[in-house]
Ligand binder design. Sequence first.
Ligand code: F6R
Length: 242
Amino acid sequence: MDIITAPSYEAMSEAAANQIIDLVKLNPHSVLGLATGGTPTKMYELLIKDHLAHHTSYKNVTSFNLDEYAGLKKDHPNSYFSYMNQTLFMHLDIQQQHTFIPNGIAESLEKECARYDQLLQDMGPIDLQVLGLGENGHIGFNEPGTSFESETHIVRLTESTRHANARFFGSMDEVPTHAVTMGIKSIMKAKEILLLVSGKNKKNALERLLDGPVSEDFPASILKKHPKVKIIADKSAYSRTN
Ligand code: F6R
């Protein structure tokens, strides 16, 4: 794993956006793995800015999102479907039929998981997977204890994750209890992974990732086994000098 420290959240976002822009310019048919949450929002803003200024085209790009809440309608303001459309997709020339997000309101979530894995298999591998880091070490919604062999599955969110995400909802009661997430094995199939870590509340998790063992107790630790991972952390999440 390579780690780069950025002096600020903005600088982290710029470095990440540039990596995506360079990739898409090099391969206009890239398959991107995308994350939601607070960490990548500025990066998405910069992708839009670049698209408007320099016309980088996403017309032939395919994207797969990591996860979606179970039980939220697509048009719910906190669904990841809404997040992705409003934060990114509607501002680019990406084709909606090329953007994939698990369907959290499928009649059978089990079948939805199998469908998503099939899509990943048919259209993958993902060229570049963007990840955020959970305070408890989750990647996607793969909570501590998730098998490293997992593919897309239904997950019961931990209280700590629900608590962390309650900031986007009116109250803790409104935060869904379950989600559908790409599994660790699916994430590890990406050719390249970009992990973004921002803020002092991620400091402990990042330290544990860098110094701790590879263990299912801390899902992000599996990234140490991937051949091409870049971590971009801002100064508040990472302040080591060596
Ligand atoms: C989001 C996702 C999560 C987040 C993580 C960090 O699609 O899969 O793993 O990346 O919870 O969230 P933020 O960026 O809000 O701190």
